[in-house]
Design a binder for this molecule. Structure first.
Ligand code: UT7
Length: 311
């Protein structure tokens, strides 16, 4: 990657609703059970509630506090979401107002790949002169879920994760990025206006493992690294079995994968930043580490990036 101006993450934070919904809670109204959900997905519980903008604002403020930055020092807020509060305006406008950011605001919708897409776009803005950006992934999938449809209801959760990205001279932390899409597969995961989330779980599962492995291998190679150089993998949290299969095929020990799906379920654009922040807060990701972010989702879209943590 050719760049004379890169970025580093200087702050991070998350927000999740207070309401915890366990698998047992769901089995009261659905023909499902804790054993099936844990075995097939790795999910134990999820958080439900709030609006996308509320969660994004809370996560964004936490990231700013950690970075020691004021809202008026941020050139733009980029919000990755597939569950905006409204069709128009973009939810990032509400976030801009709620946090008091004086810079620009726009949404990115690339479904569950959204945060890696947003992070890649943010590095482009830094390369052309932005100083500081707030990148957020926030979702309220519960709002577009049919709670009588067990195939989807057991999977989803709400939440948000955010990072502050600051410009540095030189290449910074982002060593490579791979963004992909295949719109001919858009029927596999969709939500029409006013409707509910639909997914062909089996087909997505099959395709997901392939695109994650292919894009991750490409990102690792473009970073000039091998799989053995990867210290940590932060995958999209859609299903623990997808994470396990992807790690096996990549040849990355599963212990290097950050897993938060047990606590939060699938939170789409929020899942990678929720996992990233978990790794940071638990000391699993340190300066000098090579971290692979990789996601896939509706569209279909996919995205992988390799970061040299701390630049
Ligand atoms: O963020 C990206 C988008 N989404 C994904 O990545 C989802 C990817 N797909 C998946 O995670 C999995 O395909 C699911 C978790 C959705 C489903 O797991 P599966 O192993 O593919 O299960 P299945 O659909 O093959 O169903 C197996 C059985 C079926 O019963 P029979 O036909 O074997 O008698 C289903 O009817 O499990 C039944 N089943 C359930 N049972 C209890 C399906 N859903 C449930 C449920 N509780 N919630």
């Amino acid at each position: 990657m050719i760049t004379t101006r890169g970025g580093i993450v200087t702050g991070w934070g998350i927000a999740v609703p207070d309401k915890v919904v366990t698998n047992d809670d769901l089995s009261v109204t659905l023909d499902t059970n804790d054993a099936w959900i844990q075995e097939r997905t790795g999910i134990r519980e999820r958080r439900i509630g709030g609006t996308t903008s509320q969660l994004a604002i809370e996560a964004g403020l936490a990231a700013l506090a950690k970075a020691g930055r004021r809202p008026d020092e941020i050139d733009a807020v980029i919000l990755a979401t597939t569950t905006p509060d409204q069709m128009v305006p973009a939810t990032s406008a509400t976030v801009q107002d709620g946090i008091g950011i004086t810079g620009g605001a726009f949404d990115v919708n690339a479904a569950c790949s959204g945060f890696v897409y947003a992070l890649s776009v943010a590095h482009g803005l830094l390369a052309i002169g932005a100083e500081r950006l707030l990148v957020i992934g926030a979702e309220t999938l519960s709002r577009i879920t049919d709670w009588d449809e067990r195939g989807v209801a057991v999977l989803v959760g709400d939440g948000a994760g955010a990072v502050v990205l600051e410009a540095v001279d030189g290449p910074g932390q982002l060593l490579s990025w791979v963004l992909g899409a295949d719109g001919s597969l858009r029927h596999l995961l969709k939500c029409d206006h006013g409707g509910y989330l639909y997914m062909d779980g089996k087909e997505i599962f099959r395709k997901a493992v392939r695109v994650v492995v292919d894009s991750a291998e490409q990102a690792i190679a473009e970073a000039g690294l091998t799989v053995d150089d990867i210290d940590l993998i932060v995958p999209h949290q859609a299903n623990l079995r997808i994470i396990t299969a992807a790690c096996q095929r990549l040849g990355i020990p599963e212990e290097k994968a950050v897993v938060v799906i047990d606590r939060y379920g699938n939170t789409s654009s929020a899942s990678i930043p929720l996992a990233l922040v978990d790794a940071l807060d638990t000391g699993r990701l340190e300066k000098g580490d090579h971290v692979l972010l990789t996601g896939f989702g509706g569209g279909m879209t996919w995205a992988s990036a390799v970061l040299h943590w701390g630049g």
